[in-house]
Each structure stands twice: as structure tokens, then as C-alpha cells.
Design a protein around this ligand. Sequence first.
Ligand code: KG4
Ligand code: ZN
Length: 352
Amino acid sequence: MRVLAIESSCDESAVAVLDEGQGLLAHELWSQVDLHRVFGGVVPELASRDHVQRLLPLVRDALAAAGTRPEQLQGVAYTAGPGLAGALLCGAALARSLAYGWRLPAIGIHHLEGHLLAPLLETPAPGFPHLALLVSGGHTMLIEARALGDYQLLGETRDDAAGEAFDKSAKLLGLPYPGGPQLALMAAAGRAGACPLPRPMLDRAGYEFSFSGLKTAVSLAVRSQPLDAQRRADIARGLQDAIIDTLCVKTLRALEATSLTQLVVAGGVGANLELRERLSRELSARGGQAFFPRPEFCTDNAAMIAVAGLLRLRAGECAEADLSVRARWPLTELRPPHSAGRTLQAASVGHA
Ligand code: KG4
Ligand code: ZN
């Protein structure tokens, strides 16, 4: 089976072609970051207009790069939510139109399920059940993933997401939007312990997070001393250490409580090298294993939507030809696909 996938939930237009046997054949991405930077955040209407212009050329490029003609495809997947309604509709309308014209089944995919399944593009790939730490710009969640579509939410953030804490702190340090990756680079020059910041909710039982207090702590730190390059790096380091410590403690706690040995880390903050190293170390020290998507597939992309689409289409799932998208869509509403009474188990999707 070979599928085309389209992602347009926020400020990235992306298209990918994935083959069950040969793996990922092509993935194309256009980032709107430069378009939104002057506004300090994503402007929904501008995002939609840009998706309209970019998506179809990206489909052409992806098919050409994959050496694939439409007749060689068996399905079209697209992100149906959660995200910006207008942006989602751009991808949904295009995907549904192409599928209709090509007489193919189409399927709307949950963006976060895409993030969760992105590590299946790597070797070795994780299997089910596993614990997933989903850390993006909008979400911070610990999930017990029992099977495709069977996601038990153990805990999430009460306020800001980890990515948001990175971005807001980066802004306070004068870095341009989205500052997470740049803050991480700056932190490399910071000294451990030079600017200690609070580790919120660590003393509380359970798996909830709270990161909104960190930006207040960072804004106090920014004003408390003259802000030279070293001080900025020390604050960046303090912030990164506080976020990583908090994520790690709760993740290890959840691993212990569930007796799971495989950890999947997904979402944009999963690209953070310090977080990857720390969790890899902690897992191997416990005889387990941590799985990450390659950094470019931690942030938004269409390859992850292709994985989810392929697995669900292969299991016989395909939605009616309706064009609805869901700006809000709890992950826990997802269900496993059923095909002739068979529930799909973990399966990697081939490696090119
Ligand atoms: O998953 P994603 O691309 O978008 C959402 O669906 O939210 O995540 C984007 C988030 C941003 O907050 C960005 O600053 C953060 O991921 N991010 C990072 C790194 N790379 C991306 N945060 C920390 N360190 C990084 N290397
Ligand atoms: Zn995302």
C-alpha cells in the first residue's frame, strides 16, 4: 500500500508519500515561520492563505520526488484536527478533492496520533504497549499507548505546554519566534546551577505538569542582573534544565507505575538534544529503551500523518466523504481501527 499525506494544522505545509514495503519515498515541507515572525506568533488567516498557495505545488513535488503517479496510490491521508480550523480545512479540502478525483479512499488523521506514531519511521521502531511523552508547542502529555488508537491519558499540563514555556522564555531573552530551538542552542553555553529555576509540581503525586510559572521566574531572572551574553546563557540553561528535570521525573514515575519498558518521545520539544540524551540514558539504565523520531520528524511534518494514515487505511478504515475538521479533538476519543475483527497491532512501516 502506498499513501499520500497532507499536513496543514498550523504553520507548516507538508506533503509525504509513504510505501508500506519501501518506506518513506518523499517528504516536502514549507515552513511559514518567516511569514509569522514579525507578529511574534501564528496569525491564523495568514496561515490559511499561505497553505492554499503552497499545498498543491508540494503535492506535485512530493509525487515527483517519490517517482509516483496517482494510479500507484491506494489512499490519501490528511490532518483533520486538532489545529487552526481554517488551516486544517485547506489540507482537508485538497486531500478530499484529490482522493475524489483519483477514486481513492481518504482518511482524516488526528495530528497528535501522527506525532505519537512518527518513531515508527525509524529503525528500530517501538512496539505496543509503550509509554509516550508527547511534548509539543500546544501539548504536554504522558500517555499509555496500548495499541494503535488505544491511548490512555495518564496526565497532562494544567496550563502552558513545555514548548510554550521554551518559546515564551525565549521571547523574554530577546530571541525571535519560535524561540525553543534557539534557546536550546543558547543553553549550551550556560553553566549548570548558575540560574536555578523552580521545578513545578514535582512534589505532587501523579503525572500533571504546570509550566506557566516558569515564564514569570524567567522574567524575574532577566531583570535581576545586567543581561550580558553569559547571564542570558545561564538563564537559558536554567530554564532548559528545569523543564527537562520535570519531564524526566514524571516520565520515570509513569514508567515505574505502569511497568512499561519502552518510551516514545514525540512532538517538537522531542527534538531537544539534552532531553533525548537524558531520557535515553535513564531508560537504558533501567533496561528499557527510548524511541525518538529523527529531529525533523519531531516538529510538524506529513511523514507522521502518512504513517497513521497507512496503518488505519491498511486496517480497512476510511471515512465518509465529509469535509469536517475539528479544531479541538481530545486524543482519548480515538479508537483502534477494526478490520474483519482484527485489531491492528504495532507494526513498523518499512524503511527506505
Ligand atoms: O510539535 P510542534 O512542531 O508543533 C505543535 O504541534 O505544537 O512543536 C513545536 C514546539 C515549539 O514550541 C518549539 O519551540 C519546540 O517545539 N521546539 C523545541 C526544540 N525544537 C522545537 N523546544 C526545545 N528544544 C528544541 N530543540
Ligand atoms: Zn504538532
